[in-house]
Design a binder for this molecule. Structure first.
Ligand code: FE
Length: 178
């Protein structure tokens, strides 16, 4: 077998020389182009590169020291210490790590626990629930689905309409009025 030639024209893989359809006229090539056109377009649209997760060093740089301990290491701020415990303005609470919308002021209530409390997240997809067996307890941890940052825990002793109490660290949140 002859030595394989490098195909192409000396350009890189970035696709700058990419030609979408064969240029040869004729029914065979037209049929081929029509067959492949739709799948190629779909594949191209799906090819958005995934955003790499920040490294530990990047999280340290992005967050304050207390925020970093809560979001990245599951720490809990002392009760009554957080800036949103007694916060009652209308607006949206976002993840301080990544900006994802997590909770709405319309779902916030005074739990008396010393932490901001909500009876549900802004959307079910905003948070992820994980079993947490640390500290000799079995609790349900609440994390930001977008960045994996620790937010707090959810308990079944909340008010109507859900009966849930999302007990969330102020340090994980960033409020903005609507
Ligand atoms: Fe996040």
């Amino acid at each position: 077998m002859p030595r394989r030639r490098r195909s192409g024209h000396g350009q890189g893989k970035e696709g700058s020389g990419y030609t979408a359809a064969p240029r040869y006229p004729g029914p065979v090539n037209e049929a081929l182009a029509n067959q492949t056109a739709t799948p190629q377009t779909t594949a191209d649209q799906a090819a958005d590169p995934p955003v790499p997760a920040p490294s530990d060093e990047q999280w340290r740089a992005r967050l304050g020291p207390d925020q970093y301990q809560v979001l990245r290491h599951g720490a809990t701020e002392p009760p009554w210490s957080g800036r949103y415990v007694h916060h009652h303005e209308d607006g949206t609470y976002r993840c301080v790590g990544c900006g994802a919308v997590l909770f709405s002021s319309s779902n916030k209530f005074d739990s008396g626990s010393g932490w901001p409390s909500f009876y549900e997240p802004a959307t079910a997809e905003a948070v992820e629930l994980r079993t947490d067996k640390s500290h000799g307890m079995v609790r349900t941890e609440v994390v930001c689905r977008a960045c994996g940052g620790h937010l707090g825990h959810v308990f079944d002793d909340g008010p109507a309409p859900t009966g849930q109490r999302y007990c969330i660290n102020s340090l994980s949140l960033d409020f903005a009025d609507d």
